[in-house]
Design a protein around this ligand. Structure first.
Ligand code: SAM
Length: 228
């Protein structure tokens, strides 16, 4: 049984796509999507020996070795330009995901879809997509086992209307839908920032504190407006 989080990621794979799942760990996502017939071929990429071995074992166990290639390597170095249509990077922080995408940009030639699932810092991904001429086509926010996850899907192109700061921070699609998980996530972040701000007020007047304070106040204003 695939987790709700990976199920949501898999739902953005278009039927017949060749995919690369970078940082695949146990290769659950490629196994599921190939078995379901969503992906026609998959590369499961892993940098670390342990997860690489568990990916190989899982692919053998479900007898999909002819359709899923488990490769060891750093980020996109495991794929050849033009080899896949879709790249999935899930279960990492937003900054690490953009670092992986930045490192071997030529490997994105021929890729028409990105499915990215940051555990934190989704705004880094939205900015990266914009700067690199990828258009967000949808976003989801979901809760599983007490954790909240965001899933972002993008295709080549730039949005018709550039996103403003709150759309970049909170997600243009998520902001429009404002579902219960969205409200839960940002209400809880808001509380945390307000607590930090209170303790800063006590610490007082160091220049770096002032800078941090300004950043927090900016985030608080964005989120308060979104939740109002
Ligand atoms: N993608 C799976 C998921 O969402 O359930 C696994 C997520 S796991 C938390 C992150 C995995 O990414 C780890 O197995 C780690 O070894 C791998 N990883 C981290 N940096 C990587 C990189 N630069 N290239 C390939 N794999 C990487």
């Amino acid at each position: 049984q695939l987790s709700k989080r990976l199920h949501c990621v898999a739902s953005y794979i278009k039927k017949g796509m060749k995919i690369a799942d970078i940082g695949s760990d146990h290769a659950y996502l490629p196994c599921y999507s190939v078995k379901q017939g969503a992906a026609s071929f998959a590369v499961a990429g892993e940098i670390a020996e342990g997860p690489f071995q568990s990916a190989k074992e899982q692919v053998e166990k479900v007898r999909l070795g002819h359709l899923i290639d488990v490769r060891k390597g750093d980020g996109l170095e495991v794929v050849q330009p033009g080899e896949v249509d879709c790249i999935v990077i899930a279960g990492m922080g937003g900054p690490l995901i953009t670092q992986i995408l930045d490192k071997d940009k030529e490997k994105l030639a021929g890729v028409s879809r990105l499915i990215l699932q940051p555990n934190i810092g989704a705004e880094h991904i939205r900015r990266w997509l914009l700067q690199n001429e990828w258009e967000l086509i949808d976003e989801q926010i979901l809760e599983e086992d007490g954790k909240i996850y965001e899933v972002l899907a993008a295709e080549r192109g730039t949005p018709y209307k550039p996103y403003n700061e709150s759309e970049l921070f909170l997600g243009p699609f998520l902001l429009k839908k404002k579902n219960a998980v969205f409200v839960k996530k940002w209400s809880s972040e808001l509380k945390g920032w307000q607590n930090i701000l209170n303790s800063m007020d006590k610490a007082k007047d160091r220049p770096e504190t002032e800078e941090k304070k300004r950043e927090l106040l900016k985030k608080i204003a964005i989120v308060e407006e979104a939740l109002s």
